[in-house]
Write a protein that binds this ligand. Structure first.
Ligand code: ADP
Ligand code: ZN
Length: 744
């Protein structure tokens, strides 16, 4: 293994100049250091002294294309004589200038110290120089001159002049690596660098192109032209589920490859993307590069370097992939653009879709947003001409859209204590009789969302959060889905000590599973939830079993709604279609339609027609009507009519301040202080302070304020002024969430 190489810089005898270095730390701006003239360029990664530490930073050139509205702090100039010199320059690819501008922009927009955004791009584990792999060949010493054990002999039988890795050698001979080192010590073996194979073979645009329908070809041609123009522009690719959107944007990727440029595809849940990557491989002959938080240390570093060298031509990733150092970006695609999973809620809060557009603009490349149910934000941008729009109206081949029917739970409810209506049970049985597959969808993990004492009414709550504990019967625990707290299910009520009085209220998928086993004793059932399918490989195996029809009934949470394609799946039952409509969330209705539409889209994707049954107590709700009539456009027009008058997004802007403290008192005081200084400006309004719906989270007391402005008002300077001079104690915090998606 080679050490990270550092090119030492000394300023002795040369003219030293001032350079700005952005450090991956929460400082308000870059810091100045001294460097020999011409020794470093903007984007170079360098090592600098900071107090007694040595830190890696990036040579920064602040530019003025961050809108003045939310321009960051300009540091005070320190005299040259007091500046410290750089220690050295790291021998790794520089941070490209479009990525630097993106970091500046995102930091300014989200009111985050720029160093913390840089930290997302150059985490130490990415940027360490790639390690050189070593292998073994025959050494100069004659084996006859040394003591040969049986193990050593086995190694000698295999080794030659072509280097073999330690792993290959130990696997093929069954000896330990100590034996190899022993042989090297006496010179019979020699260690040499292994030739580096490129990590990602280039995708072949001509590998296996599909025969597109006319509608698909038109869309694909339009997108490919955009890519060849190599200019910024956003296109919405809208199309019903199963219409071939993926096939169509693959043609845009092909055009990007033909132009010799890199393509970034963002997916909301990358760990579940095995079907996507397999399709990619069938189309382009190789696997794409993957980028997500579960990528292991070495793979992560190697992928980062391959991207930085321009070797990885197509990267499919989570939102964090926006911070990768593409030297030749040519296209960004955001699939399922309406998904709220693109919003990062922890640390630096930003919306992956929105920032993808910013990234595309700063890199001057096209962006494609893909969805069957586009967000109102995106539709509004189409309407006012900012985005282009291409549409696929029909499912591919002979597939038709499923029939969506309402099961009115007021009229034909399930038996007491059960959750599947007679109509749904019959439909599942009929599906099995036709040798087809069914899916039951309920967006709730565990057995029951509430455990209640029948004797005294006590509810089992989380000690750290204002939330109920969810029973997970298979694991025999009650757990909090917000903080992870868990405890054994007590035998007696903790409040009144009544025995065996605790009852489960409401269903989770474990409970639906229990009920399904009762009704369909012969069926082969698979339960899919993020907590039961931890790893990508477990998900891949589950998908394979469904595809190969080893499963009759799939029961799952939202992970079953993803873009899966199961040809024999013809019935989808939504156990509780009303689930997402509670709470005061601005986008509750929109999100419910999007989610249920997507689940529905799993039914009847091939030549067998599909049916969707929605169990609902709110049959007259616009959401149910939209789903039954499959008229998304009419629904979105209503949504738009509701949001427009109050200047709710996308017709106005929102920014949330979340105050949290270790006591309710302290949170109240800080919230009141903010409330008292709330800006009073034309076109702006402050709502709150009010206790957050999750008033206590992980033991912290939370209050919320919401700033709402007209579209043409920038919220950043207002927030900056509002927060100026607010002093926080060590136990108080204010989190800023620009364009909030969650209001918990
Ligand atoms: P969407 O992304 O719109 O849901 P997909 O791209 O997943 O649709 O297409 C649905 C199914 O139809 C997939 O199995 C896909 O491979 C297939 N398909 C779509 N268009 C074509 C085509 N032109 N030729 C062959 N198969 C196609
Ligand atoms: Zn909790």
């Amino acid at each position: 293994m080679t050490e990270p190489s550092l090119k030492k810089l000394t300023t002795d005898g040369e003219r030293a100049v001032r350079v700005s270095i952005l450090l991956p730390l929460p400082f308000p701006s870059a810091l100045d250091y001294l460097a020999p003239e011409g020794a470093v360029m903007p984007g170079d990664l360098v090592s600098v002294p900071l107090g007694r530490r040595e830190v890696t930073g990036c040579v920064w050139d602040m530019q003025s294309d961050v809108p003045a509205d939310f321009a960051p702090v300009v540091p005070k100039e320190v005299s040259l004589a007091r500046l410290k010199p750089l220690l050295g320059r790291l021998d790794i690819p520089a941070v490209p200038s479009d990525l630097r501008r993106f970091i500046d922009w995102l930091a300014a927009y989200t009111l985050t110290p720029p160093g913390l955004v840089l930290a997302m791009a150059i985490r130490a584990r990415h940027t360490q120089p790639a390690r050189v792999q070593l292998g073994w060949i025959r050494g100069d010493t004659d084996p006859a001159s040394v003591r040969l054990t049986e193990a050593r002999q086995r190694v000698l039988d295999v080794v030659s002049d072509r280097p073999l890795s330690t792993a290959t050698l130990t696997e093929n001979t069954g000896v330990s690596s100590a034996v190899l080192r022993g042989l090297a010590a006496v010179g019979v073996l020699q260690e040499v660098p292994l030739a580096v194979e490129p990590l990602f073979a280039p995708p072949d645009a001509a590998f296996h192109p599909p025969v597109l329908s006319e509608e698909q070809r038109e869309a694909a041609t339009h997108l490919a032209e955009g890519v060849r123009a190599h200019r910024f522009g956003v296109t919405l690719l809208e199309g019903v589920t199963g219409s071939g959107k993926t096939e169509v944007y693959f043609e845009a990727i092909a055009a990007c490859l033909a132009a010799g440029r890199q393509c970034l595809v963002l997916l909301p849940e990358i760990a579940l993307s095995t079907q996507w990557t397999d399709r990619f491989a069938r189309r382009f002959g190789v696997q794409p590069a993957l980028w997500h938080s579960e990528l292991g240390g070495r793979k992560r570093r190697e992928t980062w370097h391959a991207i930085a060298r321009g070797e990885a031509a197509v990267v499919v990733g989570a939102r964090s992939a926006l911070f990768l150092p593409f030297p030749a970006l040519g296209l960004i695609i955001v699939d399922e653009e309406h998904e709220s999973a693109f919003k990062q809620e922890e640390g630096v809060t930003y919306h992956g879709r929105d920032m993808a557009i910013v990234r595309a603009r700063l890199s001057d490349v096209p962006a494609i947003l893909v969805s069957a149910t586009p967000s109102l934000e995106t539709l509004t941008n189409v309407e006012n001409g900012r985005y282009e729009h291409v549409t696929l109206h029909r499912r591919h081949g002979s597939a038709t859209l499923p029939d969506v029917c309402l099961v009115d739970m007021r009229r034909a409810p399930p038996d007491r204590g059960q959750f599947l209506s007679p109509q749904l049970i019959e439909a599942v049985k009929a599906t099995f009789d036709r040798q087809e597959q069914a899916m039951l969808f309920l967006n709730r993990r565990g057995y029951a969302p509430l455990t209640l004492c029948r004797a005294c009414g006590h509810r089992m709550e989380c000690p750290n959060c204002s939330a109920w504990l969810v029973e997970h019967r298979a694991r025999q625990i009650l757990t909090c889905h917000h903080c992870g707290h868990h405890e054994a299910l007590p035998e007696t009520c903790p409040a009144c000590e009544a025995e065996s009085s605790l009852v489960a209220i409401g269903p989770g998928i474990e409970r639906v599973h229990e009920e399904a086993r009762l009704h369909f004793p012969e069926a082969r059932i698979l339960v899919m939830a993020s907590d039961t399918l931890g790893s990508p490989s477990a998900t891949a195996e589950a998908v394979r079993r469904i595809s190969d029809h080893e499963i009759d009934l799939v029961i799952g949470t939202q992970i079953v709604a993803k873009g899966w394609h199961f040809p024999d799946l013809t019935l989808v039952g939504v156990v509780d279609a009303d689930l997402g409509l509670g709470g005061g969330d601005l986008r509750a209705a929109e999100r419910t339609v999007q989610l249920l539409h997507q689940v529905s889209g799993r039914a009847g994707r091939a030549d067998k027609p599909g049916t969707v049954l929605l169990q609902s107590y709110l049959g007259d709700h616009p959401v149910m009507k939209a789903l039954v009539s499959n008229d998304y456009q009419a629904f979105m027009e209503q949504e738009s009519a509701q949001r427009r008058p109050g200047f709710w997004p996308p017709y106005g802007r929102l920014a949330a301040l979340i105050v949290s403290a270790d006591s309710a008192d302290s949170a109240d005081r800080l919230a009141a202080q903010l409330g008292a200084r709330a800006p009073d400006l034309p076109g702006t309004q402050v709502l709150g302070p009010a206790p957050a719906p999750l008033a206590v989270l992980r033991g912290r007391h939370r209050r919320r304020l919401l700033l709402r402005t007209r579209r043409n008002v920038a919220v950043q300077p207002i927030l900056r002024q509002w927060l100026e001079g607010i002093k926080l104690t060590t136990h108080q915090r204010i989190d800023i969430d620009i364009d909030p998606i969650s209001f918990l």
